[in-house]
Design a protein around this ligand. Structure first.
Ligand SMILES: Cc1cc2nc3c(=O)[nH]c(=O)nc-3n(C[C@H](O)[C@H](O)[C@H](O)COP(=O)(O)OP(=O)(O)OC[C@H]3O[C@@H](n4cnc5c(N)ncnc54)[C@H](O)[C@@H]3O)c2cc1C
Length: 291
């Protein structure tokens, strides 16, 4: 199918894009990688009257580590998230998760800002943003807002983004050298969206006991979930396969997935157990942040 007719705008600078979006309001949509918006327009699920193409805003394509955070521009492509020295060193969970998105060609087009704004419940990057406690920077002609990822995702493909606002950057807390992370997912075929995915970031003391655990789960609810019951239970516990199994069972009992046309809830719950165990065991095995 072909999209409904629309007017195409290609601003050269962020200020110009914000002015256009401010003027056009909810008749316009920003176009980033087009990997989700394109198909949705072709299927006429969405029919914006105006497209504001962000692809000339090269100033929004960056990975900028500082002392406590790594700020990443909204137009940074998945491929750069997966492969840049900075993300692999300072945000290995993000790099590992980004490398599993779709296929190579999709990763070269899709952007961080597009993935977060689109908010597919199975998507990797919203899950990592929630798991790591990222902040999302939103700009409009009115000003700048910073929203915690845990508050940004409201429901399936629904985010706290007002007409005229753009995601311009995402600030991830920088992971210390002692952090150990892993991302695991189950999909029906290689390159498909995950059915269920788990993101783990943890630190341990010298004896190997867990000091802190962040466990995020995708595909079990309309938005990514932190499994705080497991995070709390894990504190002070040994980091071994037996504990991974026990936390995986607790994880499966902490979620309330629903049946859908493809995947029964009980199977999804089993997958939670599987991906949690695999992610925890890999994080336990990692001695240091890989570079
Ligand atoms: C075959 C295929 C397989 C895929 N597999 C996966 C997968 O396994 N995992 C996964 O996570 N994704 C997958 N995707 C989707 C891909 O990651 C997209 O890149 C992503 O969902 C949207 O990013 P985008 O830059 O392409 O955004 P676009 O498609 O351009 O835009 C998506 C939405 O976000 C809005 N938007 C874009 N940028 C901004 C911004 N800066 N501020 C505000 N709003 C904005 C747009 O208006 C639109 O509503 C797949 C896509 C395809 C075609």
């Amino acid at each position: 199918m072909k999209p409904a007719p629309f007017s195409y705008h290609r601003p050269r600078e962020l200020a110009e894009a914000l002015a256009l979006l401010g003027r056009l309001g909810d008749t316009a949509k920003p176009l980033a990688g087009g990997q989700s918006l394109g198909p949705m327009m072709n299927m006429r699920i969405t029919r914006p009257e105006h497209l504001v193409d962000l692809n000339d805003l090269i100033d929004l394509d960056y990975v900028r580590p500082s002392a406590d955070i790594v700020e990443i521009g909204a137009m940074t492509r998945h491929q750069r998230l997966a492969t840049s020295v900075e993300t692999r060193r300072d945000l290995p969970l993000l790099a590992e998760a980004a490398a599993t998105i779709g296929h190579y060609a999709i990763r070269w087009r899709g952007t961080l800002g597009g993935s977060l704004s689109h908010a597919d419940p199975a998507a990797q990057l919203p899950l990592v943003a929630v798991t790591l406690g990222a902040d999302i920077v939103l700009q409009s002609t009115i000003g700048t807002r910073v929203v915690a990822a845990s508050k940004f995702f409201l429901s399936i493909m629904t985010v706290d983004l007002k007409p005229g606002e753009l995601v311009t950057a995402v600030r991830f807390p920088r992971m210390g050298a002692r952090a150990s992370t892993a991302f695991e997912m189950f999909s029906l075929r290689h390159g498909d969206f995950a059915v269920v995915s788990a993101a783990v970031s943890l630190t341990r003391d010298a004896s190997g006991a867990i000091e802190t655990l962040r466990l995020g789960m995708g595909g079990v609810a309309p938005v990514p979930q932190r499994l705080t019951a497991v995070e709390t239970a894990a504190m002070g516990s040994p980091s071994n396969a037996e504990m991974a199994k026990s936390f995986a069972e607790l994880a499966a009992n902490s979620v309330s997935p629903e049946d859908d046309t493809r995947v029964p809830a009980e199977f999804r719950r089993e997958l939670v157990k599987d991906v949690t165990m695999r992610a925890l065991i890999r994080a336990f095995e990692r001695k240091e942040v890989p570079v």
